[in-house]
Design a protein around this ligand. Structure first.
Ligand code: ATP
Ligand code: MG
Length: 493
């Protein structure tokens, strides 16, 4: 057990602490430091408790066969906790109240089955990310409401962090050592993890865990957060589905952790359940309410330098799988050219994300190395949706769609900015008078732009009702969308 557990800052409440937020066993306080501090209230432990816990941990490590336990640390922890509780109940040497025994079992199960102290942070749904920073092993967390915070926990030594990293590597069937000091993977729980050790990270081990939401955000959540309005969401929905005649090719752009993957997931939930969907990601993060869905994940080359499954290899393979839709998690390298070749040869409705700050930059990044998509090919793109993470003076950390553009042109891509975010009004303002994408979709479906508008209005109303009724969970919301499609097909919508 780390000494840190005894000296958790949470026990040192000082007079200057100003409480910013309080929930469950968590307090977010302003201690006059650069960043607010995230504190967890843990059971108070005495040095005697500590030595008992260490003794229990030694016995538990001996009698519990970790190889037989689940690879998902949460499940493993639960099962170990039960076993340790049994062990303690039978013990004749440890005499402590029942509540304390439960605390011992909890700590031991986290230490040998989970990810130690970090588990307290991973358990909090309000946290998006947990980060360990060398050389002092400071732990930062990114809070949904309060943004970046310093967590009030200290990890004793690099060995402790290395042990956690090695356990994570084992859980995902990888190895991290000086010959390959990097780990980028997805935990069995769905969390995305990146870890580095020396010599890659010169000051010591680093760990970055992006927490996975069991119940993913839907478009209803996006509207509730103010990321976009019902009307714009309905417009994007109609483009994704293309009124079942001409689904749009869409790229979502934005900076790091601006919400690109989340928005891509929300848009992909509008794909018709009759479509065959192939997704290709570096670490599988997408969660779709579809049965006919094939998930591919890249893999780096092994130690011998062979066996790499790059995005490009997987995308080329996907093209042979007769997909109706191809979704590329993050477009970065030469797979961009493969994706655009596919778009140009009739694979409509492809989607992906790109790291870029606006539509203009998206096109520049696409046409330059390492993506190198010939300009003429970029014209196959229909929409660029840009999202940004903004630190608003009044509202705190917010995520907003800041630009929606359509791509036109024949030899060279030409941008037509449809909507632009106005920071003062916190609203997307319509810029363009004419939207070519509406015309394109309507003419493919043999209908008119007015029909397109009508469709958008109906869908906006449906989204509004879903927001009002709180139908934000993926199951209920996707059922509603799928029902809408089947009624629309029967002409009853
Ligand atoms: N519109 C939103 N409102 C509030 N939180 C959001 C929103 N979109 C995403 N998030 C949260 O922000 C975090 C980052 O989101 P996401 O992984 O989608 O970003 P990203 O741009 O794909 O990041 P990366 O650049 O690392 O791939 C997640 O924890 C997610 O739950
Ligand atoms: Mg992403």
């Amino acid at each position: 057990m780390p000494d840190a557990l005894l000296k958790l800052l949470s026990d040192e409440k000082t007079a200057e602490d100003k409480i910013i937020d309080k929930y469950d066993n968590v307090r977010v306080v302003d201690s006059g430091e650069e960043l607010p501090v995230y504190k967890i209230n843990l059971p108070f432990l005495t040095p005697a408790d500590k030595s008992t816990i260490e003794a229990v941990q030694r016995v538990a490590t001996r009698v519990i066969d970790l190889r037989k336990e689940d690879l998902d640390s949460r499940k493993r922890k639960e099962s170990i906790k039960e076993k340790v509780e049994e062990l303690l109940a039978k013990s004749t040497t440890i005499n402590a109240p029942k509540s304390k025994l439960k605390v011992y079992a909890d700590i031991v199960s986290r230490e040998i089955g989970g990810y130690g102290l970090l588990d307290y942070l991973l358990d909090d749904d309000q946290l998006e990310e947990v980060m360990v920073v060398p050389p002092k092993r400071d732990v930062y967390v990114f809070h949904r409401k309060h943004g970046m915070l310093l967590a009030g926990i200290t990890l004793d030594n690099d060995e402790y962090v290395r042990n956690i990293i090695e356990r994570i590597a084992r859980d995902v069937g990888r190895r991290v050592d000086t010959s390959y000091p990097l780990l980028d993977s997805r935990l069995p729980s769905g969390d995305r993890v990146n870890a580095t050790i020396k010599p890659a990270s010169i000051d010591g081990p680093t760990l970055t865990i992006r927490k996975f939401r069991e119940d993913p955000y839907t478009m209803v959540d996006m509207i509730k957060f103010g990321t976009l309005s019902e009307e714009i969401a309905a417009f994007l929905w109609t483009c994704v589905d293309g009124m079942s005649a001409r689904p749009s090719n869409i790229i979502i752009s934005g900076g790091t952790s601006s919400g690109k993957t989340t928005l891509l997931n929300c848009l992909a939930m509008f794909i018709r359940p009759t479509d065959r969907v192939v997704t290709i990601e570096d670490t599988a993060e997408l969660k779709l309410p579809l049965k006919h869905w094939l998930r591919l994940e890249t893999r780096p080359a092994g130690i011998e330098g062979t066996g790499e499954l790059s995005m490009d290899i997987l995308l080329k393979n996907a093209l042979r799988m007769r997909p109706d839709r191809m979704i590329v998690g993050e477009v970065r390298h030469k797979e961009a050219a493969t994706l655009f070749t596919a778009m140009n040869t009739g694979h409509q409705g492809s989607m992906g994300t790109i790291h870029a700050n606006n539509s203009d930059e998206t096109l520049i990044r696409l046409s330059n190395p390492p993506m190198s998509v010939p300009e003429q090919m970029s014209t196959a793109l229909d929409l660029i949706v840009v999202e940004n993470k903004i630190n608003d003076r009044r509202k705190g950390m917010i995520r907003r769609i800041t630009e929606i553009s359509e791509v036109g042109g024949k030899r060279k891509p030409e941008l037509n900015i449809l909507y632009e975010w106005d920071g003062n009004k916190d609203r997307l303002e319509q810029i363009a008078q004419k939207f070519a994408v509406k015309k394109k979709i309507a003419s493919f479906g043999g209908t008119t732009e007015d029909e397109f508008e009508k469709e958008v209005n109906i869908r906006a109303k449906l989204l509004k009702t879903s927001v009002e009724k709180g139908f934000n969970d993926i199951k209920r919301f996707s059922m509603l969308v799928h029902k809408y499609y089947s009624k629309a097909d029967d002409g009853k919508a």
